[in-house]
Design a protein around this ligand. Structure first.
Ligand SMILES: *Cc1c(COP(=O)(O)O)cnc(C)c1O
Length: 369
C-alpha cells in the first residue's frame, strides 16, 4: 500500500520546536513580548496598521463584532456555507446571523443577494474567504458603504491571499485569521485580528483581557473575556511567518498541477480564481456533478481505500443545524449552499503533498470510468 496522504498536515520543523523550548525555558508562559512581536510582524505582513493576537479564530470573530459595537438585536449578514464558528461568533454577541446564499464558482457570499436581506437592524456584513479565495471585495464593500455597514472579513482560511495586490486583512474594516492546526499558517491554536482602525484595535485589546487597561494591573475599564494568546503560541507563529510565502507557493504549485491534469473531465468542476484575485488554496475543492461516473460519496470512499484522505467541507450548511434553525431557517432556504454541500470534495493540496503524491492522486481520479 502506498503511504497515506492526509487532507492536512502542519509544516513543523526544528525552528518551531526550538522556539517553544526557548519560551518554556524562559519561564514566561503568559502573553508577553513575543505576542507583541508577532502582532507587529503580522500587521506588516498584511500591510495593515494593527494586528491583535487572541486565543483562537473564533475569539477573534467574537471580539471583532464586540469592538464594532454589535449587540443584542442586531443583525449580521454572512453565508451558511462556512465553518460553524462564523455564525456562532455572531450569536455570542446575541446578534442574529442573517444568511445570504453563495456563488457556486467561489463558494463565497453572493453580493447580488445581499441587499434584499438588509434591514434597519443590519450592522455588518461578514464575508468568508472560503478555501482561500477572497470574497467579492468590490461588490460587498460597495453595498456596505452604501448602507453604512461594517465589513468583518472571516479570513481564517486566506492568509496571504490578495485582491488587486492587497492582502486579506486590509480588504474589510477588520479581518479575522485563525492559526488552528489545519490552517495554512499554524501554531496549533490561535487567532489574529487585523485592522487599520486605532479605536477598534484598542477595543479588541480590552476585550481580550477582561477589559483591563493596557499596561495597568487590575484596572478594568469595561467588561471583557480572557482571550489572550500565550508567548509560546506566538513563538511558533513567528517561525511559520518566516516561511509564509514558501508555504503559499507550494499550495499554488500543487493546485496548478491539479488544474492542468484534471481539466476537461466531464462532471468534475475545478476551483475557479476570479481575475484580480490570488487564491491561497487552503483547500483544493472539487465539485462532483451528475455527469461524473462516480457519486461524490463513493469518490471519497474510493480515495480513502487508496490511502488518500479527502474531506467534505462542509457536509451541511449552517441553516441545517438545530441551534441555528431557532432563527427560523429551514431546508431549501439556501439552494446553492445545499447543492454545494452535496457536490464538494476537497483533495490534499497542502505543502507536504509531494509531486509523487500529486501524480498518484491525479492517476486515481483519471482512472475513474
Ligand atoms: C478555522 C476557522 C475559524 C476559526 O477557527 P478556530 O478553530 O476557532 O481558530 C473561523 N472561520 C472559518 C471559516 C474557519 O475555517
Amino acid at each position: 500500500m502506498e503511504p497515506k496522504i492526509q487532507i492536512s498536515k502542519p509544516v513543523i520543523g526544528k525552528a518551531e520546536i526550538n522556539a517553544v523550548v526557548k519560551i518554556l525555558e524562559s519561564g514566561n508562559l503568559s502573553q508577553g513580548p513575543v505576542v507583541k512581536e508577532l502582532e507587529r510582524q503580522f500587521a506588516e505582513y498584511c500591510g495593515a496598521k494593527y494586528a491583535i493576537a487572541l486565543s483562537n479564530g473564533t475569539a477573534t470573530l467574537h471580539t471583532a463584532l464586540y469592538a464594532l459595537g454589535i449587540e443584542e438585536g442586531d443583525e449580521v449578514i454572512t453565508t451558511p456555507f462556512t465553518f460553524v464558528a462564523t455564525a456562532n461568533s455572531i450569536m455570542m454577541q446575541r446578534a442574529k446571523p442573517v444568511f445570504v446564499d453563495i456563488e457556486p464558482d467561489t463558494f463565497n457570499i453572493d453580493p447580488a443577494l445581499i441587499e434584499k436581506k438588509i434591514t434597519k437592524k443590519t450592522k455588518a456584513i461578514m464575508p468568508v474567504d472560503l478555501f482561500g479565495h477572497p470574497y467579492d471585495v468590490k461588490a460587498v464593500n460597495k453595498i456596505a458603504k452604501d448602507h453604512g455597514l461594517f465589513t468583518v472579513e472571516d479570513a481564517a482560511q486566506s492568509i496571504g491571499a490578495e485582491y488587486k495586490g492587497k492582502r486579506t486583512g486590509t480588504l474589510a474594516d477588520i479581518a479575522s485569521f485563525s492559526l488552528y492546526a489545519t490552517k495554512n499558517l499554524t501554531a496549533g491554536v490561535g487567532g489574529m485580528l487585523v485592522t487599520n482602525n486605532k479605536k477598534v484595535m484598542e477595543k479588541c485589546k480590552l476585550f481580550r483581557h477582561h477589559g483591563q487597561k493596557e499596561d495597568t494591573m487590575y484596572e478594568y475599564i469595561e467588561f471583557g473575556y480572557n482571550y489572550r494568546m500565550m508567548d509560546m503560541i506566538a513563538a511558533i507563529a513567528i517561525e511559520q511567518m518566516k516561511k509564509a510565502e514558501k508555504l503559499t507557493k507550494q499550495r499554488q504549485d500543487n493546485a496548478a498541477r491539479y488544474d492542468k491534469a484534471l481539466a476537461g473531465i466531464p462532471g468534475l468542476i475545478l476551483p475557479n480564481v476570479k481575475p484580480g484575485y490570488k487564491h491561497v488554496y487552503h483547500q483544493y475543492t472539487l465539485r462532483i456533478t451528475e455527469e461524473f461516473p462516480m457519486s461524490r460519496d463513493k469518490f471519497v470512499a474510493y480515495m480513502e481505500k487508496h490511502n488518500v484522505q479527502c474531506k467534505i467541507y462542509y457536509p451541511k450548511p449552517l441553516h441545517m443545524f438545530p441551534h441555528i434553525q431557532e432563527y427560523g431557517y429551514k431546508p431549501g432556504d439556501f439552494p446553492v449552499s445545499e447543492q454545494m454541500s452535496r457536490e464538494v470534495v476537497s483533495i490534499p493540496v497542502h505543502p507536504l503533498v509531494t509531486k509523487e503524491g500529486i501524480r498518484r492522486i491525479i492517476k486515481l481520479i483519471k482512472a475513474i470510468k
